[in-house]
Write a protein that binds this ligand. Structure first.
Ligand code: ADP
Ligand code: MG
Length: 694
């Protein structure tokens, strides 16, 4: 391997990087020279060209030169030093709110200045506020910079100047950087070599346009994004390959046919074609001697739970235990009830384990799992804990997968390891992911899609209305409840603060209770005790309550068919995927259902378009694709949640075209360039032990 050791040296080996700077850089995840080299700017400033003042428009961030024509201190309002400069093509005002005598003295009428800032619109015309400025002899002798200025993400106590300096020092050592992308591939895509690409991004010369850096069309940027995406693909694929080497229990049993028949007969419905197809895929996996690693994607309400119960049936019949994990207590509770009902006729013990279960009750559950007397346990993260041991864990079911990361998945799997056998894994998600993204994010899994809803579901009628019409909405709840139907009122907040969200919901519940005296209103939020939440949910299910005021805790999985009206406050604050999930709580029965998206005016153009997508479609995949086109993949993939991929260079929306080729090139790497796989993964994903299978 040619990856020179100098690049793995600590940043403290650079002259001028002392403990102070090093500790700041550590905060940014930069420890070695290689880390610095790959620490790329997130934007650029253009000081390579002097702009004519007469041609400026609002919003441009540019370099200008001009002669001071007038200087004044505005005494009115906020005290400010104002100065007008002109270059013969036009004039602009400079405004300084903080100034001292020095500054005042340097801005003399007739002095030439160079200034760099954003152009804004002020009271008397165009202005720059607190520009970066320098007194110059005259514009003809002034030399603009010859490359774009990189701007790096910073942390407190670290300046742009410092990081630019140390990046440059590291770049001086970069000659030994090994390019793991082979020449034929570079040539096929006309990508520059690695070092050149890196240098271009740290110091783009005057031929590079900011536009090409932003829209990702610059070959240097494309190449690095490509390399990064490829590395992620390779690492997940490697994970999948190594997993396939393991042995897993085979779910076969002479009584299988009769238990399957018994199970299907006891259901209140017939499975859809899509459910049957996915079940067959799962069954084939579980009869192989290698662990299943399968993702079931299906829109909200497509009936994933019963599919997973079928998988559980296979495990139980073969004499193995099943762990079902859900992201919230509410959902765990609901699954617990469903599984208990579905397996009532199977003489198997179904248990529930959440963080709330303590003391003796908990000890009893742990014992039943360890000695094998319980067949199924449904729970939350609590199942990850070390004290949880199984006698014969054969299947792990993880619901709403997007909330758990690869590593969490692996932690649970390791629990099941016995006699060299690993449990099968079934993960389910309702977050539709465009195909290209799914291929990358889940390349360690096989994917099944339930692309059909149970029959007789009417689409949810969605309308987008301003909060000014709140009174009308409240009126509508009255009519709705008079028809013996139920509904949800969902409160959202921008802040990730759960406390604030809960407070807002409490207030709304109070107001609605007052405004709707004949409606039975109750509140549910994430800070309530799980027994309280459960009691409210059960009362709502039994129709002892009409309106549930909730935070986004009801986002996943809650299933009450009679609740067919949902009001979502401030929907503009949520991602479309999350809104679609929320809306999936209604439209679960055969009756009409409605979703009112009650936004706060004024609504930005993009927000209006996004809500329009939701109004016009009930198909999660269509929504995800359109959302991706409109605003990038952040919300589609739910970066908010844990366990997501964070890219250094790549932007999944901008670089979507690259994804098409990644899979094919990835396979080529495994067959033709296997020696490059591990170094690429280490370079882009960091700590190799994270992904190594031990
Ligand atoms: P999701 O895929 O969102 O997890 P669920 O598994 O909660 O959906 O199923 C939604 C509802 O549809 C549940 O009430 C479930 O019992 C019901 N259901 C599932 N499959 C069918 C089917 N084939 N026919 C009718 N109803 C079904
Ligand atoms: Mg579900």
């Amino acid at each position: 391997m040619n990856n020179s050791s100098t690049l793995n040296e600590s940043i403290t080996s650079l002259t001028g990087v002392g403990t102070h700077t090093a500790s700041r850089l550590h905060k940014l995840g930069i420890r070695t020279l290689q880390d610095l080299i790959f620490y790329l700017p997130y934007r650029y400033e253009d000081r390579t060209r002097i702009h004519a003042i007469g041609a400026l428009s609002v919003g441009m961030t540019v370099l200008i030169c001009g002669k001071v024509e007038l200087v004044d201190v505005l005494p009115k309002g906020r005290k400010a030093l104002v100065c007008r400069i002109s270059d013969g093509t036009g004039f602009i005002f400079l405004k300084f709110f903080h100034f001292n005598a020095n500054l005042h003295n340097s801005l003399k009428v007739g002095t030439w200045l160079s200034c760099f800032a954003e152009v804004r619109y002020g009271y008397v015309g165009l202005e720059m506020v607190h520009p970066e400025y320098r007194v110059i002899a005259d514009p003809d002798s002034y030399c603009p910079e010859n490359s774009l200025t990189p701007v790096y993400p910073l942390t407190e106590g670290l300046s742009q100047a410092t990081i630019r300096k140390v990046v440059n020092l590291a770049l001086n050592e970069a000659a030994t950087l090994h390019d793991w992308i082979p020449m034929p591939i570079l040539q096929r895509y006309q990508y520059p070599p690695l070092l050149e690409a890196i240098q271009t991004l740290h110091a783009p010369n005057e031929t590079v346009s900011i536009q090409a850096l932003q829209d990702g069309s610059l070959p240097a940027l494309k190449r690095l994004a490509f390399e990064e995406l490829l590395s992620h693909y390779l690492s997940l694929k490697k994970l999948k390959q190594t997993a396939k080497v393991w042995q897993a229990p085979q779910f076969t049993s002479p009584t299988l046919a009769s238990s399957k028949a018994h199970f299907l007969r006891s259901l209140a419905f017939t499975l859809t074609g899509a459910q049957q197809r996915v079940i067959a895929e799962i069954e084939a996996d579980c009869q192989s001697t290698h662990p299943m690693m399968r993702l079931v994607q299906g829109d909200v309400g497509s009936g994933k739970t019963v599919v997973s119960a079928y998988a559980a049936l296979l495990a139980l019949t073969a004499g193995y235990q099943v762990a079902v994990m859900a992201p919230t207590e509410l959902l765990a509770e609901q699954h617990y009830r469903n599984f208990s009902a579905w397996f009532a006729g199977f003489q198997t013990l179904v248990l529930s384990l959440t963080g709330q279960v303590k003391g003796k009750a908990r000890a009893a559950i742990l014992q039943a799992l360890a000695n094998g007397s319980a067949g199924i346990v449904v729970g939350t993260h609590a199942l990850f804990q070390e004290s949880v041991q199984f006698q014969r864990l054969g299947l792990i079911i993880i619901d709403e997968q997007h909330r758990f990361g690869v590593h969490q998945r692996m932690a649970l799997r390791d629990k099941g390891q016995q006699d060299g056998l690993r449990p099968h894994q079934l993960v389910m998600t309702a977050t539709p992911i465009p195909r290209t993204l799914a291929m990358l994010q889940y390349s360690d899994l096989d994917i099944s899609i339930i692309d059909e809803l149970p029959p007789n579901r009417k689409p949810v009628v969605t309308s987008v209305i301003p909060a000014e019409r709140r009174d009308g909405v409240i009126d509508r709840i009255n009519h709705w409840v008079a028809k013996k139907r139920q509904g949800y009122w969902v409160c959202t907040l921008i802040e990730e603060s759960e406390v604030l969200q809960c407070e807002a919901a409490e207030k709304t519940a109070e107001l609605l209770t007052l405004a709707l005296p004949t409606v039975r209103v109750a509140l549910i939020h994430g800070r309530m005790k799980s027994a309280e939440k459960d009691a409210v949910m059960q009362a709502f299910k039994k129709h002892e309550l009409d309106l549930l005021v909730a935070t986004t805790v009801i986002e996943v999985g809650v299933d009450v068919p009679n609740a067919g009206l949902m009001i979502i406050e401030n929907p503009e604050r949520l991602g479309l995927a999350q809104l679609h999930q929320l809306r999936g709580r209604v439209g679960r029965g055969a009756d009409d259902s409605y979703c009112l998206l009650m936004y706060q005016s004024p609504l930005s153009e993009i927000a209006r378009q996004r809500l329009g997508i939701l109004r016009d479609s009930n198909d999660g995949f269509v929504i995800a694709e359109k959302d991706l086109q409109l605003r990038g993949p952040g919300d589609v993939m739910g970066t908010r949640q844990t366990g997501q991929i964070h890219f250094k260079v790549a932007d999944l929306a901008r670089d979507a075209d690259l994804l098409e080729s990644i899979q094919q090139i990835g396979e080529q790497f495994f067959s033709e360039y296997p020696q490059a796989v591990q170094p690429l993964c280490e370079r882009w994903l960091g700590d190799p032990t994270d992904y190594a299978e031990v």
